[in-house]
Each structure stands twice: as C-alpha cells, then as structure tokens.
Design a protein around this ligand. Sequence first.
Ligand SMILES: NC(=O)c1ccc[n+]([C@@H]2O[C@H](COP(=O)([O-])OP(=O)(O)OC[C@H]3O[C@@H](n4cnc5c(N)ncnc54)[C@H](O)[C@@H]3O)[C@@H](O)[C@H]2O)c1
Length: 251
Amino acid sequence: MRLKNRVAILTAAAGAGIGRATARTFAREGASVVITDAHEARSIKTAEEIKREFAVEAIGIKCDVLNLEEIRQAVKETMELFGRIDILFNNAGTNRPSRIVDMTDESWDVVMGVSLRSVFYFTREVLPIMMKQQYGRIISITSVAGFKGLAAGHAHYAAAKAGVMAFTRCLAMEAAPYRITANTIAPSFIYNEFIPTLYPEEEIRRMLEEIPYPRKGVPQDVANAALFLASDEGEYITGQTICVTGGSWMR
Ligand SMILES: NC(=O)c1ccc[n+]([C@@H]2O[C@H](COP(=O)([O-])OP(=O)(O)OC[C@H]3O[C@@H](n4cnc5c(N)ncnc54)[C@H](O)[C@@H]3O)[C@@H](O)[C@H]2O)c1
C-alpha cells in the first residue's frame, strides 16, 4: 500500500475518466479519498463504491470548481473529517471548441475558469494546510495541447493548459521549502465511454491514428503516473510535467 494514512482530495472525480480512475487508484493504495465533482449524486455514488470496494474512508462532495464558496466548503469538510490533506489532485478541465473569431467571452471564461482558475483556487485553499503539515503533493492535469496547441477551435483550452504548467512551476518553487511538491501530467487523447458522445467518429479515428503505441490511452494510464507522483517514490520530483501519450507527442 503506497498511500496508507494519506488523505487525497480530487476535483471532477465522479465521471468516467481520469478523475475517477485516479481516485480509485489512490484508494486501492490505502488513501482516504474525497471525491468532489459538480455532479452531486455521482460524487456520492462514486465515494460509496470506492468505500465498499477498497475498504477505505471515502466521501463525495458537490463542488463546482467555478464556485469559490463550494471549493472552500469542500476543503473545510475534508479538514473536519480527516484533519489533514496530503494530496490535491486538480483534474477539472473543460473545452468549448470554437474558432477565435467566433469565441464568446462566456466560452473563454468557462474554459479558463474550469481548467486554470480552479487550480489556483484549490491550491490557495489547500497550500496553507500542507505548509503547516510540512508535507503535500499537488498534481494537476494539463494536456499536450498546452505545449503544442491543437487543431483550430481550441485556443482557450490550450492557453489554459499552458497556464496550468506555468502556474505549477512557480508553485513548485514556493512550496518546496515546506516539503510540498507540485507537478503536472499532460495526457494526449485518453479514451473513455463518453468520448463517442463528444467527438465525431472521424475525429476519434484521426486522434487514435496519431498514437504510435498500438492501443488506446485509458484513464488508468494517467492514474498510474499520478500514483507515482503522489507516492514516496515521487518525493524528489517537483515542477515537472509527465506526458502520458503513447508517443503521440513526437508526431
Ligand atoms: N480525455 C482526454 O482525452 C484528455 C486529454 C488531455 C487532457 N485531458 C484533461 O484531463 C482531465 C479529465 O478529463 P477526462 O476526459 O478524463 O474526464 P473526467 O471524467 O476525469 O472528468 C469529467 C468530470 O468533470 C466534472 N466536471 C465538469 N465540469 C466541472 C466543474 N465545473 N466543476 C467540477 N466538476 C466538473 C463532470 O461532472 C465529470 O464528472 C481534464 O482536465 C481534461 O482537460 C483529457
């Protein structure tokens, strides 16, 4: 058990993708997990499933990362229940594809708010707790789009994800003296059951063809990297980005 006695809080962790897979992986390794997500019923259900399956403490809390009050409440409840926070997993991210000339202020603000500002908000709440503990792991999900952009229609998303990496490098320097590390994971295309409802078949095929490794990337691939960064083995790694792409980064 690589995370025994650790307490982890995760954002957007009740879907079918990376957040939930990471929560389950942390729980499998003995951590108590706080599942936060904008969808309340799914947060509670995910936490209940985890509790049953891995015999760890797990709670589900509704938390829309656009809402600072809900973030503060989630952190408060976590502290009341567990008294510490060892791991913050910033998973929330969203995209509203639109070419720049058609992009509305609203879609810019939502993409930035969910994908970048939430990382700042959650970190600002949790960092003082970790500083007092002299221990913490902050792991945020970015995207290879943050390095190299994406096809037309994703400028706000790519800018937000680049921002997550820059924010994390600065955070890593501020936090290091307190034995707190901060890193990001940059996936490329990671398949989950909702992907066919989000993208046309043709685009899915194109994204899969870009991956040199001969299978789809799945949420567990990202969860495995997160576990490494959260565990004792990751102690001396900070301010870094691990790309989980099956090699598509080289394309
Ligand atoms: N899936 C991919 O191909 C891929 C590739 C690169 C990066 N990413 C990034 O990985 C992260 C996870 O994506 P995923 O596709 O694995 O989905 P996921 O299942 O991990 O996340 C979906 C969940 O996010 C929740 N959510 C949406 N808006 C929210 C909000 N405002 N507040 C709180 N929760 C909210 C939803 O309720 C849903 O349960 C995102 O940051 C995404 O940008 C995904």
